[in-house]
Write a new protein. Sequence first.
Lengths: 255, 131
Amino acid sequence: MASEAGGIDPIHQFEIARIGPSINVFGNDLSLTNSALFMIVAVVIIYFLMIYGTKSKSLVPGRLQSAAEMLYEFMADTVRSTTGKEGMKFMPLVFSLFIFVLICNLVGLIPGTFTVTSHIVVTFMFAMLVISTVIIYGFAKHGTHFFGLFVPSGVPALLMPFIVLIEVISFISRPISLSMRLFANMLAGHIALKVFAGFIVLMLSTGGAVIALTPLPMAMIVALYALELLVACLQAFVFSILTCIYLNDALHPGH
Amino acid sequence: MSAKTADDPDMSSKSSGPNNHDAELKARLDKLSGAIKAEIVHVEDERKSAAATTPAVGLGKAMGTGFRVTSELVAGVLVGGFLGWWVDRWLGTKPFAMLILLLLGMIAGLWNVYKIAMKPTGPGANDKTKS
């Protein structure tokens, strides 16, 4: 499709490709893919930022140190204000998720790279990690009292089964909405960028007076890029704040 | 109130008549409750200004809420539809479970949006609103 239309296939950027030799362990394909490569890249960047950045431990922080400190303080404030003091034991989980999603989103914006978070498998596993933490911790701490999450008080007995069913559906929809929001935003943003880039190629190949119009999609790409930068940071933040809100349910299930 | 006056020898010794005493107490009560109200307003204002210190933070918060609301709506319908399809396949009640659960899914999505709009999120927010 890509070559015959003379344009660009906007979906091609999301294809998983194997890099290097194929590695098989007990019939499981464990070869390095471009997705795995960019996860490693993200982890290396995070390590560099966090370990090298905080190495000097100076009282007046340098650029890297202040970036690392600001990220940490920002997330610590978010966790503290959403889940309270007892929620701080989840800070490592929330912060890891936040920084990994953030760096993956930002790395994906560099042309030619692969966006790890544009695959629903990846984001769904993040969401399942969060939800299983909520469920396991909720049951471990509150036992059957955790079911109180599904039974709001002050509801007439007649409506109770109906409300409980709705609460259960809304609980099941949490990992779906959590993973879908991140994945869909990244996917849609990158497709939109590629489509507008494809317009330029199409216009140039058409030739004639149409070439004069090529700055229009170019300007659109610049605007979209700014928006995508905002969305990349925002989605990481929304993901982590929702993690906090769901963990808050595990810490304090209603009744 | 009476316990308070007994504890406060200063007040009871000063006031001569019972009427005068009551009026004095009432004035004091008004003053104190006025101070409490002013303090509450002050705290609320501070909280509001902290929530939106800069327009950029306000915009980020608003966009975050927007993303949350849209995905909640879609996810509710998806989960309801999937559960319905699954129950239909399991029990052989071809269209009915899906219809009912799809509707319930939509309601659940809307219910989540309602909760986002109405509920304060914070430590122990559940306990406060629901007890």
